[in-house]
Design a protein around this ligand. Structure first.
Ligand SMILES: *Cc1c(COP(=O)(O)O)cnc(C)c1O
Length: 373
C-alpha cells in the first residue's frame, strides 16, 4: 500500500537526541530548543520565535495574547482544523466562520468586512496547503478595524506571500511540526511573534505564567507567578529531533515540490478533459508542496475514486468536515457569511499521497486510474 503520508527522517535525529541525552539537559529551552528558535527567527525574519509542543499550543498562546474575553469574536474560515477555532473557544471567544475562495480554498478576504461587529477582536487566516492567503487585503482590513491578525501557518513553513515567509506577516503566527507536516518532530510547534509588544508576555504565558525566562537571563533576581499561562514548551529530546529536520528544511521542501510538480503535470490532461480541477497557486505565493489535492466533480465520484485507488494500493483521503457544520462548531461559533464554497468543495476535495521519496510513477498511476473512471 502506498501510504498517504510517510514521515521523512534525515538520519541525524537519533544522533542529536543522543547529544541531548549526554548533555543531561532534558527539560525545555536547552541547546537544541535555542538552535531551533534561532533558525526560525533567522529564516522568517520574525522578532521572536518560541518553540511549543504543538501548533495547537501556539494558537492557545495567541488567544491569551490577543486578550480574548467571553463573547469576543474571531473571524476565521470554517474549512480548517479544529484547533484554529478551539484555541479561542477555550477563552470564551466566538469563532465567526467566513467562506473560502474557490481558487485557493483560503478565507475569502472580500467576505471578511461584512462579518466584523463591535465584538470582533481578531482575524485568523489559515494558509491552506501552504499557499498564502491574500494577506495585503487582510492586513488592511485589520488595520482599519483595529483587529489582530493571527496566522494559522501550521501547513506553511518554507512558503512565502509577496516574498515574506508565512507566519511572519500578521501580529502572530503559528507553525506545526506534527508528523503529517513538512518539517516534523512528531508533535511540535512554534509561535512567531512579529509585533514586539507581545514578546515579553508570550514568554511568561509559555512558562506557566511565571517570569522564569527573564530570571534565567538575569533580568530579575527571583521568578514568580505573574500572569496566567500553561506549560507550552517542548522538551529537549523533541527539539533535538526537530533540529535535524530544520537543517534539511530546504532539501525536504525541494523534494516535496518535485513530487507536487509530477502530480501537477500528470493531472493537467485530466483537468483539460474536465475530470477534475488542480490546485491554484497565485503568482504572489511560493508554496511548500505541503499537499497535493484535486477537486472532483461530485461526492459520488470522490467516494468511488477513493475505493478504486485503494484497490490499486494507493491510500487517498478527503479533508476537513467544515467547522460550521460540526457539533462543537455549531455550539460555540456562528457563520458570518454564506458557506456555499466551503460546503461544495469539502465534498469534492481529495488529497493524494505526497511525501519525500514518493516514487515519481505514482502520480502517473493515479492519473491513469482517474482517467479510467
Ligand atoms: C495541523 C494543523 C493544526 C494543528 O497542529 P498541531 O501541531 O497538531 O497542534 C492547526 N491548524 C492547521 C491548519 C493544521 O493543519
Amino acid at each position: 500500500m502506498i501510504p498517504f503520508n510517510k514521515p521523512y527522517m534525515t538520519g541525524r535525529e537519533l544522533w542529536y537526541i543522543a547529544q541531548a541525552h549526554t548533555n543531561g539537559h532534558l527539560a525545555g529551552d536547552g541547546m537544541y530548543t535555542n538552535k531551533c528558535r534561532t533558525w526560525l527567527e533567522t529564516f522568517t525574519g520574525t522578532k521572536k520565535a518560541l518553540l511549543t509542543h504543538s501548533c495547537t499550543a501556539a494558537l492557545e498562546m495567541a488567544a491569551i495574547l490577543a486578550n480574548i474575553q467571553p463573547g469576543d469574536e474571531v473571524i476565521m474560515p470554517s474549512y480548517t482544523f479544529v484547533s484554529t477555532a478551539n484555541a479561542f473557544v477555550l477563552r470564551g471567544g466566538v469563532p465567526v466562520f467566513v467562506d473560502i475562495r474557490p481558487d485557493t480554498l483560503n478565507i475569502d478576504e472580500t467576505k471578511i468586512e461584512a462579518a466584523i461587529t463591535s465584538r470582533t477582536k481578531a482575524i485568523v487566516p489559515v494558509h491552506y496547503a501552504g499557499v498564502g492567503c491574500e494577506m495585503n487585503v487582510i492586513l488592511d482590513i485589520a488595520q482599519r478595524h483595529h483587529l489582530m491578525v493571527i496566522e494559522d501557518a501550521a501547513q506553511g513553513i518554507m512558503s512565502t506571500y509577496a516574498g515574506k515567509p508565512l507566519g511572519s506577516i500578521g501580529h502572530l503566527g503559528a507553525y506545526s511540526f506534527h508528523e503529517t507536516k513538512n518539517i516534523i518532530s512528531g508533535e511540535g510547534g512554534a509561535l512567531l511573534i512579529n509585533d514586539e509588544r507581545f514578546a515579553g508576555r508570550a514568554e511568561i504565558i509559555r512558562e506557566k505564567g511565571t517570569n522564569r525566562s527573564q530570571f534565567f537571563r538575569g533580568e530579575v533576581d527571583k521568578y514568580s507567578w505573574v500572569d496566567i499561562g500553561s506549560s507550552y514548551l517542548p522538551g529537549e529530546v523533541i527539539s533535538a529531533f526537530l533540529w535535524a529536520q530544520m537543517e534539511e528544511a530546504q532539501s525536504i521542501t525541494e523534494r516535496r515540490l518535485a513530487a507536487w510538480d509530477s502530480y501537477h503535470m500528470a493531472m493537467a490532461p485530466l483537468e483539460h478533459d474536465g475530470l477534475l480541477r488542480r490546485p491554484i497557486v497565485p503568482s504572489e505565493c511560493r508554496h511548500n508542496a505541503h499537499m497535493y489535492y484535486v477537486l472532483l466533480p461530485s461526492l459520488e465520484k470522490r467516494t468511488k475514486l477513493i475505493a478504486d485507488l485503494k484497490r490499486e494500493g494507493i491510500h487517498s483521503v478527503f479533508h476537513y468536515v467544515p467547522l460550521h457544520s460540526s457539533p462543537a462548531g455549531r455550539l460555540f461559533g456562528r457563520v458570518g457569511s454564506s458557506m456555499a464554497v466551503t460546503d461544495d468543495i469539502s465534498d469534492r476535495l481529495l488529497r493524494l499521497p505526497l511525501w519525500v521519496g514518493l516514487n515519481t510513477e505514482i502520480p502517473k498511476r493515479v492519473a491513469d486510474i482517474i482517467a479510467k473512471q
